[in-house]
Design a protein around this ligand. Structure first.
Ligand SMILES: *Cc1c(COP(=O)(O)O)cnc(C)c1O
Length: 463
């Protein structure tokens, strides 16, 4: 296993192997099912369809850019996670990946719980009818008002992130005459990215309370003493876009070690362990994510084995996939505006969106795939870079990709696997209007988040 060090924190990037695009794919019209949503295919004319609707009709009706979300695929993935973990575990969808009221209802119907990490996400969840006891509230700096709202609403758990917050939540719960169920988020010194992880004694990041130096044990001591809190478990989240289970193995070993110490010191066996999210998806054909059932089996085995050797009852496991549920279910549909060949370098393809609808490439050096979707083409492949329309040379959507050499203004292209951390991280840079999210299912398309308008922008600007 490779373990390479980099400063923790600022770049929780997707570290992918070099050289994905050394050679063009054999067939530029092919759609790799790993990176495209489940119902995506090309019709007889070579036009991409999703949920039975072709993208030319979608572009005509809803405009571009637009996020097109395959509801059938979303529900199937949510259900696969739920089924894989079974009745003795809980799956919390991480709302920060993408949250809307329609999504909350789908999650509710498919039996998933929901993580929120702000007052806005909590409001969205509650307004769409997610039962409060199925909501977990996260964040390293929840405001007193947010905490009060969560406790009043009766959220199933608040994940405590600091010593101040232990006191704050206990105080607010007591004021409200409640006993709030809580977990303590600890950092176990495991930082995992994609194909590698780093295991050290310390972890240099803002989230959680360090296991190192006895801090986590002290947090548990305090939480157990406070009347306003019911401590139900320990939480650990080790990274993002992870393919390798061995980081979870080290994390589970360390969390179970703490559970054992708690049993020995306080005589209590905490009933729950949350292993967080971070499970990887395929952004390009080079990525090989595991299926939910394989992940469930691996995580359950790890925790069970660790608990057996510590002579602990196996706690109820929860996981928090965000990207792995919603990421592959959507693609961004763009219209090509200009095509600019630079001799000996590559061809710059400008689309009608950019870093305002997908910041991940600029922020994390993330890799994406792209395809011409409004027609098939027999033209030769050209090395392309898909860029946006913003006033930034770093405004790149897909850094290196092969597209057909006859690509022209007016063509539609689509970037798959943009369901997670694209709309939710979208901005109004250059006063861009954030694109809609259109859900497609069984031949029907409906807007679940509408496109912003210039009126929306001007309403915020009160002069
Ligand atoms: C971000 C986050 C998740 C979800 O991460 P994904 O990579 O989308 O699976 C889960 N839990 C916590 C605590 C997080 O911060």
């Amino acid at each position: 296993m490779s373990r390479s060090a980099h400063p923790a924190g600022p770049r929780h990037a997707d570290v992918l192997p070099e050289g994905h695009y050394s050679a063009p794919p054999a067939d530029l019209n092919a759609l790799d099912p790993k990176v495209w949503a489940q119902t995506v295919t090309r019709d007889g004319d070579g036009v991409l369809t999703v949920g039975g609707i072709d993208v030319k009709s979608l572009a005509e009706e809803f405009g571009t850019p637009a996020y097109i979300l395959d509801e059938t695929d979303f529900r199937a993935r949510a259900r696969a996670w739920r089924t894989a973990f079974g009745q003795d575990a809980d799956v919390f969808y991480a709302g920060k990946a993408f949250l809307s009221r329609a999504v909350v209802r789908w999650l509710h119907e498919e039996g998933l719980n929901l993580d929120v990490c702000s007052g806005g996400e909590l409001a969205t969840a509650l307004s769409a009818g997610m039962p409060a006891d199925r909501i977990a509230f996260h964040g390293n700096n929840k405001s007193p008002a947010e905490i009060r709202r969560a406790v009043e609403a009766g959220v199933g758990r608040i994940v405590l992130d600091s010593f101040q917050e232990i006191a704050r939540v206990a105080h607010i719960a007591q004021e409200l005459g409640k006993r709030q169920r809580v977990q303590i988020r600890i950092t176990v010194g495991v930082e995992a990215h994609t194909h590698e992880f780093i295991a050290t004694a310390h972890e240099d990041q803002k989230f959680g309370i360090p296991l190192a130096g006895g801090q986590a044990a002290e947090a548990v001591r305090r939480a157990l003493q406070l009347d306003g809190l019911e401590l139900i478990g320990i939480h650990s989240h080790i990274g993002s876009q992870i393919f390798d289970m061995s980081g979870f193995e080290v994390a589970a070993h360390r969390v179970v070690g703490l559970l054992k110490d708690i049993r020995d010191e306080h005589g209590v066996e905490l009933p729950e362990i949350d292993l967080g999210g971070g499970l990887g998806i395929a952004y390009t054909s080079a990525d090989d994510p595991r299926e939910p059932h394989e992940i469930a089996k691996a995580l359950t085995e790890i925790v069970t084995r660790e608990c057996e050797s510590a002579r602990l009852r196996t706690p109820r496991i929860s996981v928090e996939p965000g990207r792995a549920v919603v990421g592959p279910t959507a693609f961004t549909l763009y219209e090509v505006g200009t095509v600019k060949p630079l001799d000996g370098l590559r061809t710059y393809v400008s689309v009608d969106g950019g870093m305002s609808d997908n910041i991940r490439t600029a922020l994390y050096d993330a890799e994406y795939s792209v395809a011409l979707v409004s027609r098939a083409s027999d033209a030769e492949p050209m090395l392309a870079r898909v860029v946006g329309k913003h006033c930034e040379s770093g405004d790149i959507v897909v850094k290196d990709a092969f597209l057909p050499a006859d690509l022209a203004p007016g063509d539609l292209i689509a970037v798959p696997a943009t369901g997670a951390y694209c709309r939710s991280m979208a901005s109004n840079y250059n006063h861009a209007l954030r694109p809609p999210v259109v859900a497609v299912k069984d031949g029907e398309a409906r807007v679940i988040v509408r496109r912003e308008t210039e009126d929306d922008l001007l309403r915020l600007d009160v002069g």
